[in-house]
Design a binder for this molecule. Sequence first.
Ligand code: SF4
Length: 414
Amino acid sequence: MGTRMGTRAAPNVPPVEGKTPGSRHGRMPRVARAEMTQSKLVHSGELSERRIRRQLLVWYEERGRELPWRAAQRGAAQDRPDPYAILVSEAMLQQTQVATVVQYFRRFMTRFPTLEMLAEADEQEVLQLWQGLGYYRRARHLHAAARVIAHQFGGSVPADTKHLEQLPGVGRYTAGAVASIAFGKRAAILDGNVARVLARLLAVREPVDEPTTRTQLWSHADALVSPTQPGDFNQALMDLGAMVCTPRHPQCRECPLHTECRAYMLGLANQLPVRGRRAKVQPAVHSVVALRHGDRYLFEQRASKGLWSNMWQLPTLEAPTESSGRGLADWVWERFDSAPRALELQGEFRHRTTHRAIRFVVFDAPLHASPSPVRPGLLWRTLGDIGDLPLPNPQHRAIALLRDDSRQLRLPTD
Ligand code: SF4
């Protein structure tokens, strides 16, 4: 690297080539004497791809995270994990921290241990298991992908990125992750974490979320991925981004790549990556009107398209601004042909989605009588009997407020 300002020894700088320590992953260290001999030394700019691979793979042998989906599949060749488990984990890991995903993954795999079982499952049960993870479209896509694999690929997750990218919800990143980790194919990955690591490693000063920069980063990722251990290499990049090259305060002195990293050498690690201007987030007010008859509440199923599609909720008026008590009462009358006796404010909270900043305002709304007849898509349930209903996270928070009746404030409805 021409701009390199000398190498520095860090406490965990890997030992010299060939003296790799024992592995925490239960496999023999195999960092890449093969890398050293088989891989052509190619430079992207002046980065030494060979050195980066070697140092990263040694670090991964020592420090890589032990995660349930990384366990080798029983009887699998070359200690590879179950492709179905990798597909599930990658769907869950989009936009979600590993620590959160681990418990959901275990629960999901206990209920649907095989792809066939997931393919045959009812969507409502899949959504119900996904509750709390958010971004429910991932669950629908995963379910749809399982069905496509069952019907079009004979029940086996395809091994190559071309076929993987034909599955619902599987883009270039997920296809690369599955192909490399589960099948040992040389395929790159690039998500937000990896983009951050590469942008620092190469001192990319252009916004990483712009398409041209993204294309460049994909080229670097393609060139960099190990030809002999692509799965380990990609997982090492994921782990480095999560544990060392973190969004704030990257731990460069602990980093196995600090001798190769341009951002570190230029003192730019904390300034990179640069991001473009984000799309404006729209404000909204969602008024949850919990229609209650005795101890039973009315739940409605959301539309089959859009945010939280097909999930269940307490009746909720979605508006750009706050609605008056009279406005809410009229809305209830038009929609459910019923009038609440009162609207008792239970509390409020805020919830962010990708494009919206939503204020949820929650009312308990006792009715004189339950509306009848109840249409399809409506259910009366007690709050202790909703375990089978997939509810979006804000609805769980609204229900928690309903269970705590210590903060009531009565609003006029006329
Ligand atoms: S040296 Fe610092 S900025 Fe560079 S890759 Fe490592 S942690 Fe990230």
